[in-house]
Design a protein. Structure first.
Length: 139
């Protein structure tokens, strides 16, 4: 599918299944940015580290790791240490996201000023090449 997308000025965001299987099947060098989501748990961090290694090995663009559902800087640091040198963006555990999910609506629509929404807007700016506008917590 990605091979049929024109390369100039087109942004495609794909939400792939968890794990590394899909990354191993993508063509090399057809991806500009690989975003890997990890919760600050040992199992999730392990999978994220393996995914980051596959993305780097297969030249699948810049790797950004989202430390999801962090409750403090120690969670972000745990993810960052395990993924050494990879960009890490922290998205805080946020009740607004859980409430929106429970009600079947977007957190952006429900609570546009929520901390998790602000972090995700910053991530989008970072991916699009506009770092600093949304100021995600990058480490």
């Amino acid at each position: 599918m990605l091979g049929s997308v024109p390369a100039d000025e087109v942004i495609v965001v794909a939400d792939l299944e968890a794990g590394i299987g899909t990354l191993t099947r993508l063509e090399e060098a057809r991806v500009d940015v690989t975003v890997i989501v990890a919760e600050p748990t040992p199992r999730s961090i392990d999978v994220a580290a393996r995914a980051a290694a596959v993305a780097a090995e297969r030249r699948q663009g810049r790797v950004i790791v989202v430390a999801n559902k962090v409750t403090g800087d120690d969670d972000r640091q745990r993810v960052a240490r395990a993924l050494g040198g990879t960009e890490v963006v922290a998205v805080p555990l946020d009740a607004a996201v859980e409430e929106a999910d429970r009600d079947g609506v977007s957190p952006l629509d429900r609570s546009p000023g929520a901390p998790a929404v602000a972090a995700l807007e910053g991530l989008a700016d970072l991916i699009a090449g506009h770092p600093g506008r949304g100021r995600p917590d990058v480490g």
